[in-house]
Design a protein around this ligand. Structure first.
Ligand code: DX5
Ligand code: ZN
Length: 218
């Protein structure tokens, strides 16, 4: 797939100073934007109106992670506002392939995410329909949780399948990624790393991004 991407999650940023926070992650590849609806996950963040403002002020493209029910209805709005990628959960989608095709047709990268309890084999048949797959390494809903190393065999099986198909799909991990966990995720086949607290909790976020990039590449 070529290259490593570090996508800071603004869930860990100071929402009252979002513009300043975004200016501190100019060294990242994408800013990861966690949309939660208090139904699919027990937490609530923001919707398209707020994401559109984040997009207007961000130095890097948006990687939107939808933790919401009925993405079939709501996901296209994020492609419409210009998000570079829109990832929805397999567990929440009614017609995942149709939705992925629709997002791609709108010019976004289509992503599909799986919660820790969801077998990754269920999306093997969809690998040609998406641009990225997100393997959650925590139960979605909150930042600052501990990385689940037991997700690594699943990630490895996905990476093997992608390789077998000659697929260019990006393999993303999200949850508990930091200096002490990123290497094992990279070793298991991830190439795109979401990090919230490890980046925004650091004194110098851009420096933390550079550090993660080096550790992942080693
Ligand atoms: C969790 C979110 C993550 C979260 C990661 O539901 O999807 O993106 O912000 O935060 P950290 O890196 O602190 O685990
Ligand atoms: Zn996320």
């Amino acid at each position: 797939t070529g290259g490593i991407r570090i996508n800071p999650s603004i869930l860990a940023a100071d929402f009252a100073n979002i513009q300043t926070e975004l200016s501190r992650i100019a060294a990242s590849d994408f800013v990861h934007v966690d949309v939660m609806d208090n139904h699919f996950v027990p937490n609530l963040t923001f919707g398209p109106q707020m994401v559109e403002r984040i997009q207007a002020t961000s130095p890097v493209p948006l990687d939107v992670h939808l933790m919401i029910d009925d993405p079939d209805q709501w996901a296209p709005a994020y492609a419409e506002l210009g998000a570079a990628s829109v990832t929805f959960h397999l567990e929440a989608a009614t017609e995942p392939i149709a939705l992925a095709r629709r997002l791609r047709a709108m010019g976004a990268r289509a992503g599909i995410a799986v919660k820790p309890a969801t077998a990754v084999e269920t999306l093997f048949g969809m690998l040609d329909e998406v641009d990225q797959v997100l393997v959650m390494t925590v139960e979605p809903g909150f930042g600052g949780q501990s990385f689940m190393p037991e997700m690594m065999p699943k990630l490895r099986r996905l990476a093997d399948e992608a390789r077998r198909r000659g697929s260019a799909v990006w393999l993303q991990v999200d949850g508990g990624i930091g200096e002490s966990t990123i290497a094992q995720a990279a070793e298991a086949g991830a190439d795109t790393f979401v990090a919230g607290s490890a980046v925004f909790g650091a004194g110098d976020p851009d420096n933390a991004i550079a550090g993660l990039r080096m550790t992942a590449a080693r």
